[in-house]
Design a protein around this ligand. Sequence first.
Ligand SMILES: *[C@@H]1O[C@H](CO)[C@@H](O)[C@H](O)[C@H]1NC(C)=O
Ligand SMILES: *[C@@H]1O[C@H](CO)[C@@H](O)[C@H](O)[C@H]1NC(C)=O
Ligand SMILES: CC(=O)N[C@H]1CO[C@H](CO)[C@@H](O)[C@@H]1O
Length: 384
Amino acid sequence: ARTHQRNMIFFDMCGARSDDVIYITLPLYHMSASLLGIGGCIHLGATCVLKRRFSVNQFWKDCVKHNVTVVQYIGELCRYLLNQPMVAEERAHCVRLAAGSGLRSDVWRQFITRFGITQIREGYGLTEANIGFLNYTDEVGPIGRASCFNKVSSKIFCRLLRYDPKTYEPLRTASGRCMQAQIGEAGILVTPLTATNQFLGYAGNKVQSEKKLIRDVFIAGDVYFNTGDLLVQDHKDFLYFRDRIGDTFRWKGENVSTTEVSEVLGVLDFIQEANVYGVTIPGCEGRAGMAAIVLKPDQRLNGKKLYNHLVKTLPAYAWPWFLRVQTSLDVTETFKQQKTKLVQEGFNPDVIHDPLYFLDVPQKDYTLLTIALYHDIVSGKISL
Ligand SMILES: *[C@@H]1O[C@H](CO)[C@@H](O)[C@H](O)[C@H]1NC(C)=O
Ligand SMILES: *[C@@H]1O[C@H](CO)[C@@H](O)[C@H](O)[C@H]1NC(C)=O
Ligand SMILES: CC(=O)N[C@H]1CO[C@H](CO)[C@@H](O)[C@@H]1O
């Protein structure tokens, strides 16, 4: 019940009032929408405008139509909005406050300037892990002060752990214990599981749930929940959102930004949408790039054109080695979760039913990834 209470005061703490009209476009099974959003509206007694499905084209039109004054966001949503061509409604609305999480400083600035929103309240909340931060300042960037939100409601601590940039696993000392990230150094946000701070797990998915837990962190037998978010703490205890694990990956000793590669792919006339991530290959360090793409209606994959485009726009280490052609990406409905599932599914044509392609550099083209080809890659016969 404590979790619910804390989530329900989210909008209240952000400065929303009972006469506000709050627009919620996040799917209801998304925790932050259902608990923070709806719970927050009920708590305030505010009007809640629920959208069945986030629509980037309808967003500002809906805000104008329903006299929306507060919008709830997650980082991706803001990025989608900024990537759209200008519409008159984006400046004609009366939205004064945007509350949510996952907004990076660069997006934050553009969002305020372009859409004329005066207040952004960036919070950080993970309902399943029982933690949250919130900052009230208008300073661009910080998402909260370490443990401030926690102190108000209960004694829960969180830690930033040093991690291996290749695997995103916490680094361990010789005696097997994790280490806290230093001031200014990005760390994985984790929160301890205790009797009062329990993680209920994802319904019916034991493997997935176990992956979220880190054991023997500071002492033998302790258990922490891994939020999958990379944060930086500064010397004043402010926390900054740096990255979501999966937003970048390392290949050939370089960092690849999945957003950057997705944008490059999205420019091609036959690609409607792209979702880029890294997959592990036995015997290879880091992750090789892979892109799930959706083709535009009546368009075919043009591997040669794609190859030529990559050569012109991206360094070789960032090229996607694998393509997975899907009929829909569903990124607007499941946001972050989708990438995790794709990463786990990898590039095995025995398991994946979508057509898979492999970058054939000598041919300057993408070729169908057959089971034989897959085995040659996995066994190292073909090296990337
Ligand atoms: C929005 O505000 C205008 C002007 O105050 C009002 O006429 C209109 O009925 C309102 N629309 C809704 C959906 O409440
Ligand atoms: C890549 O990212 C890691 C972890 O964020 C960082 O330590 C490293 O300096 C980066 N390397 C490059 C080449 O940008
Ligand atoms: C709630 C909270 O910790 N708010 C802090 C946000 O950041 C400013 C500094 O920019 C602090 O003064 C607030 O106390």
